[in-house]
Design a protein around this ligand. Sequence first.
Ligand code: ZN
Length: 162
Amino acid sequence: MRIGTGYDTHPLVPGRKLVLGGVHIPFDEGLEGWSDGDALTHAIIDALLGAAALGDIGQHFPPGEPQYKDISSLVLLEEVKGKLAAKGWQVVNIDATIVVERPRLREYIDDMRATLGKTLSIKIEQVSVKASSNNGLGSIGRGEGIAVYAVALIEGGKDEGI
Ligand SMILES: [Zn+2]
């Protein structure tokens, strides 16, 4: 088994759709980014790549490349699933914490878990998503952006010599 961590943060700006874990959340601002800005999916991608020691999201999907402009990050997550599977890795579980002041995410959490689980071909029970506020502290507390922490556990792997 291997464990990996991921972290991502994006600014909240007007005129963008807010997408987290592949789920559209009605709000007057969205996350800025080259792709759809889905910080939750990005942090999970980095946790998975980290667990498999396969680098990071920027290496695999460089921002600025036309084919990734406004792309759904679920497409990237699915690609990462393939990269891990090619090395014999399967996802055991994921746990993520979204740090956000507004909007309230509680009613969308299960949708995010189901969407991420479906994309990774794992059960909803293997995907945990939590939301926490920053209690008004700092840039996140002022609502200028969203941060996400994620960990992933994977098992299997081949020719690893461990
Ligand atoms: Zn990101």
